[in-house]
Design a protein. Structure first.
Length: 677
């Protein structure tokens, strides 16, 4: 009598076991999540004990039109002694009616959402419920193009769900806490849905170069229904101010629910969201800040800056600009599409600045290619090279159609390139990954290799006078701003110069918004002596302009000294940032998972203006979702205090971010930590 037909009654994806070995346990998803190039286990419950004659096949498929030729449809026969190959299935244990199977996947498998069914012979198919699992890139697998050998680096650039994005200016860098939240509920599913966007074919999903380039376009919405709408206008009534976001989670969940681009973002928002997407998919990623970042629209590696006779910056004469800071991403991968020597960190930018290949996408571009000046290599190396190496040329507008070059600065752009350090809550300077030391022979060689460099000569630096701007940084919002203009004569006899200076409020992207101080006077300097002119800007002079600009408030100060006999002109500028009043965060040092605790947030308004429509935003990954407290109108000098009760659902060192926004002043931020046991 023949054996009864074999059937499958249940399939266990062994989510806990596989999650631990694949470093995916933190994903808050019901589906199994594994990494390619590494085997995972499943357990089959059968109708009877397995016999040697039984033929079981696991069928995996990904995408709408799976094909075996493209590795999007895979048939894996289950054997007790599996043969070597890219895909394989080995029966590792049989006990009565249970069969444990080890499924082997190749290190270049397509990344995405897979469906799994079990086939027995030609007639029987079993489909578990649910029948899908997710496959990610694998930085732990040596055969994967995103393999990252350093374990601590993998912990930071793949597994860390919180960090910092650096803002401010190069002489006053500020760490802005950011929750990436790649493991939170709904994020993995959303990232998988992004892979289905029309520009990314099924087989392109196996290639981290193609995939990351596509994601740099999909995070902004300029060419498609991407995630974030960019807005640098200062007017956000139709959406959310970029200063409001505490992390990527709220943005991604809003996008997933509405299926419409989220309003609004600026460079750090685009970068934070892209870091989340890349880490979620398994590609090592970090947010990177470049200070004095050039936006070269003409591709000539020269940024033209125009000022008038009063020293005020003019922004209507050129599309070039220098941002006080610009945030993009580094992603880690091999570059088989490039000559040898360009693997490792690659620059990737989701902020929509210039089109590349007809789309607003940028990178991935090898950091070594940028450093060596190999601007002919893919992708967008010329643009990224300019962001860290362009020359800054200052022109004074004398009248209609007449301008005079007053200064050329070869080492102004690309300063203190910064990212969060591995395993530590402080900044790491990675400038030397992008460029050789300023003025070194290697730097000169790299610049010479970049054929688009402008060869126009600038004016000689004056050897008659030194001009310096000195300030105590940072300035405190609501208090007077003091700085000094120091003039040092290098001449053997007294000299008289016409001194002009202007102070302008500006956005972080370098756009001047309002002039709050002008100075013009004649100054005589004794031979080989110095003269200092102190300048004070009262708080009322700049606070009255806050309605015009409240994002990353900065003060640009420009001074010019001009002499008629002998004729020369000197110019110098500096950027002054503002310090905001603090939020005091009170948290217990430790808490227990599943047990409620209390956090308290206290703030005193010392900004000098009333903070109308004030809100406190609080978020803690692993503790609670984003909470908003409407604090109403907070007059200058007044205090508010808010409390939150939260119950931890993840262990480890958990971060809470608190942020205050209001009609005129936004982005006051603080953080606190609690160790959850």
């Amino acid at each position: 009598m023949s054996e009864s037909a074999l059937r499958v009654s249940a399939l266990d994806f062994l989510k806990e076991l596989n999650g631990s070995s694949h470093h995916t346990s933190d994903f808050l998803t019901s589906a199994l999540t594994v990494r390619r190039g590494q085997s995972f286990k499943i357990c089959l419950q059968l109708s009877r004990e397995l016999s040697p004659q039984d033929q079981l096949v696991i069928q995996l498929s990904v995408g709408n039109r799976p094909q075996q030729a493209k590795d999007t449809l895979v048939l894996i026969p289950l054997r007790r002694n599996s043969e070597a190959g890219r895909w394989g299935g080995t029966i590792i244990h049989v006990s009565h009616k249970q069969c444990e199977v080890d499924l082997r996947t190749p290190p270049n498998a397509v990344v995405g959402k897979y469906s799994l069914i079990v086939k027995i012979g030609d007639e029987y198919t079993y489909q578990p419920e649910p029948n899908h699992f997710y496959m990610l890139f694998n930085p732990w697998c040596e055969g994967d193009d995103v393999y990252l050998p350093d374990e601590k680096a993998r912990g930071e650039y793949v597994l860390n769900d919180a960090g910092y994005i650096y803002v401010g200016q190069n002489n006053a860098i500020t760490a802005r806490p950011w929750n990436f939240g790649q493991f939170e509920e709904g994020v993995l599913e959303l990232c998988m849905d992004l892979l289905d966007k029309r520009r990314l074919g099924q087989t392109a999903r196996r290639d981290p170069v193609k995939l990351s380039r596509a994601m740099s376009a999909l995070v902004n919405c300029n060419d498609d229904s991407g995630i974030v709408v960019g807005n640098w206008s200062g007017k956000y009534s139709q959406g959310t101010s970029p200063m409001t976001w505490t992390g990527s989670l709220s943005i991604l969940l809003q996008f997933g629910q509405s299926h419409h681009p989220v309003k609004y973002g600026q460079c750090w928002v685009f970068s934070g969201v892209l870091t989340t997407v890349m880490r979620c998919l398994g590609i090592p990623a970090r947010s990177v800040t470049n200070y004095n970042s050039a936006h070269d629209t003409e591709g000539n590696l020269t940024i033209d800056i125009y000022i008038n006779k009063q020293g005020e910056h003019l922004d209507n004469m050129t599309s070039d600009s220098i941002w006080n800071f610009h945030v993009w991403n580094d992603v880690w991968m091999k570059r088989p599409d490039l000559p040898e020597g360009y693997d490792g960190w690659q620059a990737l930018d989701a902020t929509p600045q210039e089109e590349s290949g007809g789309l607003y996408q940028c990178g991935p571009c090898s950091l070594n290619a940028i450093k060596q000046g190999d601007v002919n290599l893919a992708h967008d190396t010329t643009f990224l090279f300019a962001e860290v190496n362009a020359d800054r040329v200052v022109w004074r507008v004398e009248g209609p159609g007449k301008v005079t070059m007053v200064r050329k600065q070869c080492h102004y752009v690309g300063r203190k390139i910064s990212t969060k350090a591995v395993g530590q809550d402080h900044r790491e300077d990675i400038t030397l990954l992008y460029k050789f030391p300023e003025g070194s022979a290697e730097e000169r060689k790299a610049l010479a290799k970049a054929s688009a460099i402008c060869s126009a000569a600038g004016p000689e630096e004056s050897n008659n006078l030194q001009l310096e701007l000195k300030s105590s940084l940072p300035a405190y919002l609501g208090s007077p701003i003091s700085f000094s203009i120091c003039l040092t004569s290098l001449m053997p006899s007294p000299i008289t110069v016409n001194l002009t200076a202007a102070a302008q409020l500006q956005t972080y992207s370098g756009k001047p918004m309002a002039t709050v101080m002008s100075l013009k006077k004649e100054v005589t300097i004794e031979a080989q002596k110095s003269t200092t002119i102190p300048v004070t800007i009262e708080a009322t002079e700049y606070l009255s302009q806050l309605s015009e600009v409240n994002d990353n408030l900065l003060l640009q100060v420009t001074a010019m000294a001009e002499s008629g006999d002998p004729y020369f002109i000197c110019t110098e500028d500096t950027v002054i940032g503002f310090e905001y009043p603090p939020i005091t965060v009170d948290l217990p040092a430790t808490a227990k998972i599943g047990q409620q605790f209390r956090g308290t947030f206290t703030f005193k308004n010392t900004t000098g203006v009333a903070m109308d429509n004030c809100k406190l935003l609080v978020e803690g990954l692993g503790l609670f979702k984003l909470a908003t407290f409407n604090e109403g109108n907070i007059p200058n000098g007044k205090i508010f205090r808010s409390e939150i009760l939260c119950t931890p659902y993840r262990t480890g060192r958990r971060k809470i971010i608190a942020k205050i926004i209001s009609d005129k002043i936004s982005g006051i931020i603080a953080e606190g930590f609690v160790n959850v046991e």
